[in-house]
Design a protein around this ligand. Structure first.
Ligand code: PLP
Length: 438
């Protein structure tokens, strides 16, 4: 029976390799998901896995949350879609209003909808240029903002991608992200060097008065869950304000309660001019939004950022229900408390295992860096892969990012018992690695 089922999974994967374009998937072990509920994924052979990456941080309220499903069904019974380009639908306006209320900044805001984090970040480029009438945009080395041309041009995570698809959108420059662990220097040194790099760029190559906006992931997700020093963000923000540069944040991965605040930028007490969100906004349904100061949002006219299927009412209903669930179940606070607990447990393992170089992150949003050497911080990609494959065999869905960082982003609804089970299992896997069993 099991043999038969296993071959079913293999056949599926073979078919998929034949028909599915390779550039839409980063290859890991083959998990063929049949269904999911809460924090549990079930594969086509009926085997269960605890989901520790939640579709790349897109399912903060857990899979098929009953309230989200009910809200979508109720909307499906009324209207599947009408483009907001021409006519009005209620969920679109309700969601826009709600987003202006829950995002930081006590000023007038407006919202534009799209379908993905990538297009939301494209909107930031368009809006910043239109509003400031300045050409240049500043983003970060090792950032990931998406796969459309604009958002890919903001990103600087994959040299190959840039090489194969260049020329990208012009006028975008990348500054170093203050990654203290990777720099292997003191926090103060990293802050000073990274701020100096911005000043040098302004002085030598990109005049500050020609810069429209800086776009930043307030916690760098795909770069390995890197939390920047508060001093750095404050100084960068001050530089922006001094020079009339807009400050935009990409909250696509780190927003919606993931870091133990509604938005990651709130850890830095900064009110951004523009904010992008997607992924968990609609519990994985294709919806994104840019929320910005009204005067900036008024600087473009149709069809500057108009997609026929943007602001789909079923997706808006999913988003409204997702926000309601986060509020009702106090998931922002739960993320903070459970994240602190998980971090402490992993930090205890850091002293037990030589290959755990760093445990970082805020909220249920941790990066556990696997290294060859705790002094040099040299990454150990092979060990990271061994860990995730063994974890998979033991019923955990977890991946590595930035070559050697375990990405720990479970649903914010994950129970304490499930969290303990996941952490205990990872401890077993680490022990297997240390004892050369894998
Ligand atoms: N911004 C960040 C920080 C992301 O992590 C991602 C996706 O991983 C994106 C933008 C792109 O979002 P999407 O894949 O929905 O286009």
């Amino acid at each position: 029976m099991t043999q038969q089922k296993t071959s079913k999974a293999k056949q599926f994967v073979q078919d998929e390799k034949r028909y599915f374009a390779p550039f839409a998937r980063i290859p890991y072990y083959d998990l063929v998901i049949d269904h999911a509920l809460g924090s549990t994924l079930v594969d086509i052979d009926g085997k269960e896995y605890l989901d520790l990456i939640t579709s790349a941080s897109a399912i903060n309220v857990g899979h098929r949350h009953p309230k989200v499903v009910a809200a979508m069904r109720a909307q499906e019974d009324k209207l599947l879609h009408y483009t907001p380009a021409y006519y009005h639908t209620e969920p679109v306006v309700q969601l826009a209003k709600k987003l202006t209320e829950i995002t930081p900044g006590d000023f007038d805001k407006k919202v534009a909808f799209g379908l993905s984090g990538s297009d939301a970040n494209d909107a930031i480029i368009k809006l910043a240029r239109a509003y400031t009438k300045r050409p240049y945009i500043i983003s970060f080395v090792n950032s990931y903002h998406g796969a459309t041309y604009g958002s890919m041009s903001l990103s600087a995570l994959s040299l190959n991608m840039r090489r194969k698809m260049s020329p990208l959108v012009p006028g975008i420059f990348h500054i170093p992200y203050p990654d203290v662990y990777r720099a292997n220097k003191s926090t103060a040194e990293v802050v000073e060097e990274c701020i100096q790099a911005v000043k040098d760029l302004f002085a030598t190559y990109v005049p500050a008065e020609e810069v429209a906006c800086v776009i930043m992931e307030p916690v760098a997700g795909d770069a390995g869950i890197v939390v920047p020093p508060k001093d750095y963000v404050e100084e960068l923000y001050a530089l922006c304000k001094e020079n009339g540069i807009l400050f935009a944040v990409d909250e696509v991965q780190q927003g919606m309660g993931r870091t133990g605040k509604w938005w990651a930028i709130q850890h830095f007490d900064i009110e951004p001019d523009l904010l992008s969100t997607a992924k968990s906004l609609g519990s994985g349904m294709p919806i994104s939004a840019v929320v910005g100061r009204s005067k900036i949002m008024d600087s473009l006219e149709a069809p500057a950022h108009l997609f026929t299927t943007a602001g789909n009412p079923v997706c808006c209903a999913a988003a409204l229900a997702t926000i309601e669930v986060i509020e009702e179940e106090q998931l922002v606070e739960k993320s903070r408390v459970d994240g602190e607990y998980a971090k402490q447990r992993f930090q205890a393992m850091q002293s037990e295992f030589d290959f755990i170089g760093d445990v970082r992150g805020i909220g249920l949003n941790l990066g556990i860096e696997i290294v060859k050497d705790k002094v040099t911080h040299e990454k150990d990609q092979a060990a990271g892969l061994k860990i995730i494959y063994q974890a998979f065999a033991k019923g955990l869905a977890i991946i590595t990012i930035a070559k050697s960082v375990l990405r720990f982003q479970p649903a914010l609804t994950m129970t304490r018992a499930e969290l303990d089970r996941a952490i205990d299992t990872l401890h077993e896997v680490f022990t297997d690695l240390r004892d050369n069993k894998i």
